[in-house]
Design a protein around this ligand. Structure first.
Ligand SMILES: NC(=O)c1ccc[n+]([C@@H]2O[C@H](COP(=O)([O-])OP(=O)(O)OC[C@H]3O[C@@H](n4cnc5c(N)ncnc54)[C@H](OP(=O)(O)O)[C@@H]3O)[C@@H](O)[C@H]2O)c1
Length: 288
């Protein structure tokens, strides 16, 4: 299969390139310098040259605060950008695999969100990602839309810069000996190599549609930090942050756990409990 990975230098993109390459596919890595999602011509020209069978879009504007400050740009990249890809994919006969987010939900549900639940984003980022989903689903039948959550990988997240949550926790523990983390936001921490492996599996099927694609189980950021310190044998005092101690400017869902219903229904789910993914992240690491 000829696969073009958009956002190939990003946290997820790097692992997606690796997974399809290991699978024996011919992969073209498309960086931001190669293609501007918000520019219809740029998308069409590049994809016409590459002629992939499968386009995997991991690129997005996903810094929540920046999206709130510049909703037009966020919509241009996450909404219209997805439409540009879907139109080009349809024209060249390619399948489009597009990454979306748990932030399409408002977090008011007390049990894991299913694909059939009605989205209600709380912020600009979530709204623009939802618009992108709808554009993809309405434009081309040959699509996979994957909603994932709280992703982390060995390659740093470009949009957030610097360290992922795990490395940040370890750094704070080293520097301060005491770390405070919120326990009122519940997520499913999902490793990027696992998402990438799931994408390869899904790409071999023709069961197009909308999928939740996250690690199994859920935890608060505080519980995630605790597991990080246990696995890495880090000596630190971990405390629960008081309400309002880390004020956030933009509303986020308090509970954004997703159930991989559709993957399971079709016997395609490869995700493991989040703790196993975390142990794999640390495997082979000499010290933290
Ligand atoms: N981070 C999370 O916890 C999380 C949770 C759920 C879903 N997601 C979704 O997961 C996906 C991957 O996230 P990630 O952490 O891998 O992001 P990332 O590390 O920030 O990588 C995103 C990539 O997209 C590129 N890009 C940004 N704007 C672009 C544009 N206008 N045109 C073309 N390329 C552009 C970036 O290039 P430059 O850096 O060179 O601009 C970067 O290489 C995104 O769709 C995000 O919405 C993330």
């Amino acid at each position: 299969m000829n696969v073009s990975v958009i956002g190939a230098e990003g946290q997820l993109g790097v692992d997606v390139v690796k997974a399809f390459t290991s699978n024996g596919d011919t992969v073209s890595s498309v960086s931001h310098a190669d293609m501007e999602l918000a520019d219809k011509e740029s998308v069409a020209t590049r994809l016409t040259e590459l002629r992939p069978d499968l386009i995997v879009n991991t690129a997005a504007m996903h810094h929540v605060d920046k999206c709130e400050q510049d909703p037009e740009m966020a919509f241009a990249v996450n909404g219209s950008g997805a439409l540009n890809l879907a139109l080009a994919a349809k024209r060249i006969g390619a399948t489009l695999m597009h990454v979306s987010t748990d932030y399409v939900f408002d977090g008011s549900k007390a049990s894991p969100y299913q694909e059939s639940d009605v989205p209600r984003p709380l912020n600009v980022y979530g709204n623009t990602k939802l618009a992108g989903e709808y554009f993809v689903r309405a434009t081309t039948d040959k699509h996979f839309v994957l909603r994932t959550s709280a992703i982390y990988g060995k390659n740093p997240c470009r949009a957030k810069g610097g360290l992922n949550f795990i490395e940040l926790m370890l750094k704070l523990a080293r520097e301060r000996g005491e770390v405070k983390v919120v326990d009122d936001e519940i997520v499913s921490p999902t490793p990027t190599p696992e998402i990438a492996r799931q994408m390869v599996v899904l790409s071999r099927s023709d069961r197009y549609g909308l999928y939740h694609a996250t690690a199994e189980g859920s935890c608060s950021w505080h519980a995630f930090a605790r597991e990080i310190f246990v696995i890495s044998k880090t000596n630190v005092t971990l405390k629960v942050a008081a309400p309002g101690e880390f004020p956030i400017k933009v509303p986020r869902p308090k509970y954004s756990v997703l159930e991989n219903c559709e993957l399971k229904k079709h016997g395609l789910n490869i995700f493991r409990p989040w703790q196993e993914g975390l142990r794999e992240y640390f495997s082979g690491r000499v010290s933290s």
